[in-house]
Design a protein around this ligand. Structure first.
Ligand code: UD1
Ligand code: UDP
Length: 394
């Protein structure tokens, strides 16, 4: 574990935030908004990992995220090239700006590059959504999470499980014994010589609370698509292990073809490319079926699609949680999940990628418990900023 090297002594914080991929815009939105309305300075850096309007700009517009101050325009590429170019770009920004702290989110290559660049320059790193583990090293995200966490000085966990995972990896300076932090009084009293782990709740929950009503008012997707509450399944897919192998992709799509309700399928660009490479006969069958492929949608449309779905079939991390927040059953198209809380009450079931298992589990009548475990109080962003500010005064 790194020894803590932070000394946030300025009265107002200067924070460099690193984002780059779709889920990070959503995770950062509540925090970036609040940082601007408090007395702190935020320099928002977009790595350019995602760049299509539907994967990037639409979230800035809809969620009123401040325009990025810097866009590194790194774009797509192999892991090494993409992460390497981000490192070079982020390092340059950090040397010029000398911030008090670097904020990184989630588990993408942008997260890894941000955390590593800052740690090498001895700039404090705060990781939002720290401590998540799938224990599946086939996922590029698992490597990113482990490295980002071990480069971090402040680890903002969304759940108790995340804290538990970090404890197993040797983190000892844990606020409030890993329980959700209600007030700053439960921060450890001593100066922080070692990385601090705090359970603040989930900023994605903040975002759902902030935008659900707005989505209800502004989104027209249900009318446009002529779909009704409870009468369709919502599906998304983008994990390389599901979509990069044609046989696995075909297996999952074949299951979609046999479900008892239409499937609305906003297709991630990686998956669009992989579907386009499948054989023509299969693509034709898919085109003519009750599986409706659409381009990725904005956040407001997605909230409405999620909230009204009969069930959600997905390999997305964020969508498993959103299904849970809305009380919509979720079938996770993966061998495991890092969001184990969502499984405890039966709202989420891990079904893997086999056609038989997907169809069987989707059709089976599940009765999830009505009780759902909290992912915080919808004010994770405020807690994150208060904690950063509090530490800066020590
Ligand atoms: C990335 C993250 C993943 C996250 C996901 C969210 C890594 C290693 N992966 O996966 O953790 O869950 O984002 O969506 O950081 N593309 C476009 N337009 C875009 C962006 C991508 O066409 O705006 C295409 C490119 O061909 C690219 C491919 O999608 O090669 C994959 O993009 P990339 O960012 O490398 O990985 P994701 O699968 O999006
Ligand atoms: N999302 C969206 N439009 C889409 C697909 C996803 O707005 O077409 C949102 C979704 O609501 C969630 C986030 O993007 O908030 C999840 O991102 P993604 O699935 O790309 O990544 P992951 O969560 O798996 O890292």
């Amino acid at each position: 574990m790194p020894s803590a090297h932070y000394n946030m002594t300025s009265p107002t914080l200067k924070i460099v935030t690193i984002v780059g991929a779709r889920p990070q815009f959503i995770k950062a939105a509540p925090v970036s908004k609040l940082l601007r309305t408090t007395r702190h300075t935020e320099i928002l850096v977009h790595t350019g990992q995602h760049y299509d309007d539907g994967m990037s700009d639409i979230f800035f517009r809809e969620m009123e995220i401040p325009e990025p101050d810097i866009n590194l325009g790194v774009g797509s590429g192999t892991h090494g090239r993409q992460t390497g170019e981000m490192l070079v770009g982020i390092e340059k920004v950090l040397l010029e700006e000398t911030p008090d702290c670097v904020l990184v989110y989630g588990d993408t290559n942008s997260t890894l590059a941000g955390a590593l660049a800052a740690a090498k320059l001895q700039i404090p790193v705060a990781h939002v959504e720290a401590g998540l583990r799938s224990y599946n090293r086939e996922m590029p995200e698992e490597h990113n999470r482990v490295v980002a966490d071990h480069c971090s000085d402040i680890l903002f966990c969304p759940t108790k499980t995340a804290v538990k995972n970090l404890r197993k990896e040797g983190f000892t300076n844990i606020a409030n014994e890993g329980k959700f932090i209600e007030s700053l009084d439960s921060l450890p009293p001593t100066p922080y010589h070692v990385p601090l782990v705090v359970n603040v709740g989930d900023t994605m929950y903040d975002a759902v609370i902030q935008f659900s009503e707005i989505a209800q008012k502004r989104s027209t997707i249900l009318d446009t698509m002529k779909i009704q509450h409870g009468e369709y399944y919502l599906a998304t897919l983008h994990r390389p292990y599901n979509v990069d192998k044609p046989e696995t992709l075909r297996e999952i799509l074949s299951a979609f073809l046999e479900l008892d309700k239409p499937v609305i399928f906003p297709v991630h660009p990686r998956t669009q490319q992989k579907i386009a490479a499948l054989d023509a006969a299969f693509r034709k069958k898919l085109q003519k079926s009750s599986v409706t492929q659409i381009d990725p949608v904005g956040y407001l449309d997605m909230l409405m699609l999620e909230k009204n779905a009969r069930a959600i079939l997905t390999d997305s991390g964020g969508m498993q949680k959103e299904a849970y927040f809305f009380g919509v059953p979720c079938l996770t198209l993966r061998p495991e999940t890092e969001w184990v809380e969502t499984m405890k009450s039966g709202w989420n079931v891990v079904v893997g990628s086999s056609k038989v298992s997907i169809i069987e589990k989707t059709n089976s009548k599940r009765t999830p418990s009505s009780k759902r475990i909290s992912f915080g109080d919808g004010k994770a962003a405020g807690k994150i900023i208060s904690i950063l500010n509090h530490i800066s005064k020590r």
